[in-house]
Ligand binder design. Structure first.
Ligand SMILES: Nc1nc2c(c(=O)[nH]1)N[C@H]1C(S)=C(S)[C@@H](COP(=O)(O)OP(=O)(O)OC[C@H]3O[C@@H](n4cnc5c(=O)[nH]c(N)nc54)[C@H](O)[C@@H]3O)O[C@H]1N2
Ligand SMILES: Nc1nc2c(c(=O)[nH]1)N[C@H]1C(S)=C(S)[C@@H](COP(=O)(O)OP(=O)(O)OC[C@H]3O[C@@H](n4cnc5c(=O)[nH]c(N)nc54)[C@H](O)[C@@H]3O)O[C@H]1N2
Ligand code: SF4
Ligand SMILES: [Mo]
Length: 684
């Protein structure tokens, strides 16, 4: 038996932890953290540790399959690709290219090859409809920060003296950061503030504000009120680099701590204390929940509001604040596209502002396009590295929409609930079975870090890299000129060409920090907004008929906005707090990970459980006005009474997205307001 170890990294989520992999006869048998890795420094989470079980899961799709009379028929790659090309050709002929939608999920965010090829293919084919998770996650914040700062600064907490975890629990979602915070708290060099309806373990290391879900805007505005009225803002920075401070000052007078206390259920004294600590402990860094505040009726403005808190305290582009990180220059695989995707007319700013055009359609309007032909019919779907039937809000609408397709195809590792609905399923291989580029920045280090991830093991069955699948498909559709690559290495070389460090990266499996962080850019570089200043007051928003300064908007469903609904559904439901064992809908079939969380559950305070007449461990029915699911009660004294918290990602009758809602949307991004809903719990 041949045994060896190789250095690599885990790409199961965006943090790309370094790993040491033990191979026996070319098969992975063990994965450990890599203490020498410059970023993760030995940290891995259980998903990294149990990678061999994930990669070699007996549930992997091993060859292409076509649905025939509701059973799966094995095809060769030749047959499968010919079949797909024929069907896709027909859709284009019959309805036009834009009637094809291409879904790309979180794995496309983690691995640029996956998303890049999906994007390239969609434009080569001629459809603008790339429907991505970026329509429920993260893009809102990028846009809001760009619109405010001109560039996109990221939270960079390592050098901060004050960190605000705002709707964020890195123990579940960003382990490396959690470790760093614990370390700093132990050394007593950190003021930590946690704003969360749950008193998370990290919340115990500092000041915790137990906030009513969905009311973060009121808290933020009241903090501005205190900081401005007590003169705690950074006058020099505000005068030198911003516009709209006077308007802001007048605007926030109405938002007193006492007003906010009624709304948020946080005491006025805690609001004042938080504002003072944040404004006076420098440098300070709000680490904004990655999607927590996005999936909200006013999500875009919440991101603007947090930006303004950083700005008026001068916590911009200095170590330990929000910094604009130099990017790795890589080839853009996108091709020009001037047709508008679905939703572009309803949400024009999401589509483009200042000439910056986004590559995404409004994914959550897919059911409307499929079922009502609005704004035009969508008749075909390719779902690559996504599981929208479970992961997207109001899942039933997505199920209906996919059922209505003339042709649907899935590219995945596993037969997910979404793949189950397809006419054709093509097996992709994991990142351990192909080359990739991993690239992280801003988590625990300001300098961007890149690594050439070499293939570690041979693909399981006949599975193939995503780039290969898109390339073969394109060639059959007569689009081969856009897809000239034949090996992993050719693809990676092409991607890395503009970086100037491709060869260096390829030669050193450990990866490297490739660019020094350049602080104080606002002093040295042009600020890329229309006014040339950081825009507290946004003329762009005003011109679009939207609020130029953030206001408070109550969640669409709440005891205050919908008291009638709240009589029948008295509890507040939040969903999607991350769990270390799983990435979204993935990994529940990995035995050691499943053992960590064997069953779906709903967390609630013991007093909430008692009032609903249910007990810890009991199976209950959880309902919103959209439907019901079954879960086990997990009593959780850390969660504020009156609130229940449900993990997302479980399928079938435990899928929380059977309860979520798309009726009300953020007016800028079109993100549905589904993070905070009214619900009830009943014994079954
Ligand atoms: N293990 C694991 N890690 C992941 C992922 C995964 O699936 N699994 N997914 C990755 C992805 S794509 C994303 S987008 C991120 C998500 O990352 P985040 O969006 O940052 O989510 P969490 O860190 O889980 O923290 C959510 C916290 O917000 C609190 N919360 C809920 N509603 C509200 C509210 O209205 N206001 C406030 N202030 N707090 C609220 C919850 O109680 C919870 O503690 O995680 C990434 N990391
Ligand atoms: N209620 C509620 N719903 C939520 C959230 C929430 O907070 N609450 N969070 C939302 C957020 S922020 C996000 S980002 C989405 C995530 O939504 P999705 O991206 O749809 O969820 P995943 O389960 O990560 O799906 C990724 C799929 O890619 C497959 N895969 C993995 N690697 C590869 C690969 O290399 N190639 C290919 N082709 N396939 C691969 C996996 O098997 C899996 O089926 O969920 C959203 N859903
Ligand atoms: S946090 Fe876990 S899943 Fe994410 S890269 Fe690190 S080991 Fe992999
Ligand atoms: Mo996400």
């Amino acid at each position: 038996m041949e045994r060896k170890t190789v250095i690599s990294d885990c790409m199961s989520c965006v943090w790309d932890c370094g790993i040491k992999v033990t191979l026996e006869d070319g098969k992975m048998v063990k994965v450990e953290g890599l203490p020498e890795h410059p970023v993760s420094k030995g940290y891995i989470c259980p998903r990294g540790e149990y990678l061999p079980e994930f990669v070699y899961s007996p549930d992997r799709i091993k060859y292409p399959m076509r649905r025939v009379n509701n059973t799966w028929e094995r095809l060769s790659w030749e047959e499968a690709l010919d079949y797909a090309a024929e069907k896709l050709g027909k859709i284009k002929e019959q309805y036009g290219a834009k009637s094809l939608a291409i879904f790309c999920g979180s794995m496309g965010v983690e691995n640029i090859e996956v998303a890049g090829f999906a994007q390239r293919f969609k434009s080569a084919y001629g459809t603008p409809n790339l429907l991505s998770v970026e329509n429920v996650c993260y893009r809102a914040r990028i846009m809001a920060r760009q619109m405010t700062f001109g560039r996109y600064p990221m939270d960079y907490p390592p050098d901060a003296r004050c960190i605000v975890l705002w709707g964020h629990n890195p123990d579940g979602s960003k382990g490396i950061l959690a470790e760093m915070i614990r370390d700093k708290a132990k050394k007593r060099v950190l003021d930590l503030i946690t704003i969360d309806p749950k008193r998370t373990e990290l919340a115990e290391l500092g000041l915790h504000l137990a906030i009513r879900p969905g009311t973060d805007g009121a808290l933020g505005l009241a903090m501005l009120n205190v900081i401005i009225n007590e003169g705690l803002y950074d006058k020099e920075f505000v005068e030198g680099y911003t516009i709209g401070f006077e308007e802001l000052k007048a605007h926030v007078q109405q938002y007193t701590p006492e007003w906010a206390s009624e709304i948020t259920w946080v005491s006025a004294s805690d609001i004042k204390a938080t504002a003072r600590i944040f404004a006076q402990t420098k440098p300070a860094c709000i680490v904004q929940g990655i999607n927590t505040l996005d999936q909200h009726v006013n999500g875009f403005q919440l991101s603007r509001l947090l930006s303004i808190l950083q700005i008026i305290t001068g916590n911009v582009d200095k170590p330990g604040t929000w910094v604009t990180i130099p990017f790795l220059r890589m080839t853009d695989l996108r091709l020009p596209m001037d047709i508008k995707p679905i939703g572009a007319d309803q949400y024009p700013l999401f589509y483009s502002f200042w000439g910056r055009v986004s590559p995404y359609g409004i994914a959550t309007l897919f059911p409307q396009a499929a079922l009502e032909s609005k704004p035009y019919p969508v008749r075909g779907a390719i779902v690559a590295a996504a599981n929208p039937v479970v992961s997207f809000p109001e899942a039933n609408k997505f199920i209906e929409a996919f059922k209505s397709m003339d042709f649907m195809m899935a590219i995945d590792l596993f037969m997910t609930e979404t793949a189950e609905m397809a006419d054709l399923v093509l097996p992709a291989c994991t990142f351990m079975e192909k080359d990739a580029i991993s690239y992280v920045h801003g988590v625990v280090h300001g300098e961007p870090f890149a690594m050439y991830h070499h293939k570690v093991v041979e693909p399981v069955g006949e599975s193939k890299p995503d780039w290969w699948i898109w390339t073969q498909l394109a060639r059959r559709l007569g689009l081969g000129e856009y897809f000239p690559w034949n090996t992993d290495e050719e693809v990676m070389d092409h991607l890395l060409a503009p970086s100037g460090i491709g060869e260096e990266l390829k030669a050193d499996p450990m990866g490297k920090y490739f660019n020094k962080q350049d602080y104080y850019a606002y002093e040295k570089k042009k600020i890329l907004t229309p006014s040339g200043k950081i825009e507290i007051y946004s003329k762009t928003m005003e011109d679009a008929g939207l609020d130029p300064l953030p206001k408070y908007v109550e969640p669409a469903q709440s005891p205050i906005s919908t008291p009638e609904l709240a009589k029948e559904y008295p509890l507040i439901m939040i969903s999607g707090a991350r769990r270390q064992a799983f990435t979204h809908t993935q990994m529940r079939h990995v035995p050691h990970l499943r053992a960590l969380e064997p069953e779906p559950f709903v967390e609630m305070h013991p007093a909430t459980a008692a009032r609903a007449g249910v007990k810890d461990g009991e199976r209950v029915k959880l309902s919103t006005r959209n439907g019901s699911i079954k879960l086990r009660v997990k009593e959780e004294p850390r969660l504020m009474p009156g609130v229940v918290s449900v993990p997302h990602g479980w399928a079938g009758d435990a899928n929380v997205n059977l309860l979520t809602d798309m009726e009300v949307r953020d007016p800028v991004t079109g993100y549905p307001d589904f993070k905070v809903l009214q619900c009830k719990v009943e014994a079954v």
